[in-house]
Write a protein that binds this ligand. Structure first.
Ligand SMILES: NC(=O)c1ccc[n+]([C@@H]2O[C@H](COP(=O)([O-])OP(=O)(O)OC[C@H]3O[C@@H](n4cnc5c(N)ncnc54)[C@H](OP(=O)(O)O)[C@@H]3O)[C@@H](O)[C@H]2O)c1
Length: 245
């Protein structure tokens, strides 16, 4: 990863912090971006001190779509790879009653992601180099009653990444879709997560870096999730609608 600069979008996410540390350890320079610049600057300083890389914080709001062109054109030097980690889970019950919250979830996970990645894709396509990683979710593999606002926004993001992968294939730019399964982070704090199906951020980070190196298309961090979602997506609708999965 020497002589590589990677832009992390949503760099204050627990998964992103763990990923940035591995990338920095491997010599990558980093742009760390999200809304909380103070936290980003602290982590950037930590990475500079620990790994001797050039890590810098820069403010980015996925929902402020109009700001994305200036954000991206302001990055100097330009990144050679992008890891999109930002996301919003929200609360399903609240999202059903409060459209503002549902909109925040959809705008963060889908619209904001598409808005910034289209700019990245155009730049990488023009330069004929780069890689893109998007953290989606197994929740996007099938809509379920208890998280379908989040799940449908991730389903859209997964489909978007699939199309982007096909578009950029001819230019040799890999697009990696990451489906982490449950991860113990601030997003899931207080939720009862089954131990066997739950990864920690470092495990996801290792899988992401390996996926980049091997130019993978889609990874399920814990392989058991691929099996589970394979079964879940094959249950007929007339049966599925009666289940409480
Ligand atoms: N945790 C899980 O179980 C799990 C499972 C499957 C998939 N995922 C996905 O994995 C990714 C990372 O998850 P995580 O658990 O590491 O997240 P996390 O610790 O909850 O962090 C999410 C980060 O997203 C950033 N963010 C939120 N809204 C933003 C916006 N409008 N603009 C820019 N940044 C924004 C926040 O940073 P600022 O506050 O600094 O903006 C926050 O630090 C997400 O896409 C999530 O959906 C997580």
């Amino acid at each position: 990863m020497h002589n590589t600069r990677i832009l992390i979008l949503g760099a204050n996410s627990d998964i992103a912090v763990a990923t940035a540390r591995i990338l920095a350890q491997e010599g990558a320079d980093l742009w760390l971006s999200s809304r909380n610049l103070e936290e980003l600057e602290k982590e950037a300083a930590n990475l500079r001190t620990r790994y001797g890389v050039d890590a810098r914080g820069v403010r980015f709001d996925a929902r402020d779509f109009d700001s994305h062109p200036d954000f991206y054109s302001g990055l100097d030097p330009k990144p050679d790879g992008v890891v999109l980690a930002f996301g919003l889970l929200g609360d399903q019950q609240t999202s059903q009653k409060d459209f503002d919250q549902a909109r925040a979830v959809m705008e963060t996970n889908y619209t904001g992601a598409v808005c910034i990645l289209e700019l990245v894709a155009a730049d990488f396509d023009r330069r004929g180099k780069g890689f893109i990683v998007g953290i989606s979710s197994v929740a996007g593999d099938r809509g379920r009653a208890d998280n379908y606002i989040y799940g449908s926004s991730k389903a859209g993001f997964t489909a978007y990444l699939s199309g982007l992968r096909q578009r950029l294939h001819a230019s040799g730019i890999p697009v990696l879709t990451v489906k982490p399964g449950f991860v113990a982070t601030k997003m899931t704090v207080g939720k009862p997560l089954p131990k066997r199906l739950t990864a920690d951020p470092e495990m996801v980070a290792r899988a992401i870096v390996k996926g980049i190196r091997k130019r993978k298309n889609v990874i399920y961090v814990k392989p058991l999730w691929r099996v589970i979602m394979g079964v879940i997506t094959h249950i007929p609708e007339k049966v599925f609608k009666k289940l409480s999965l």
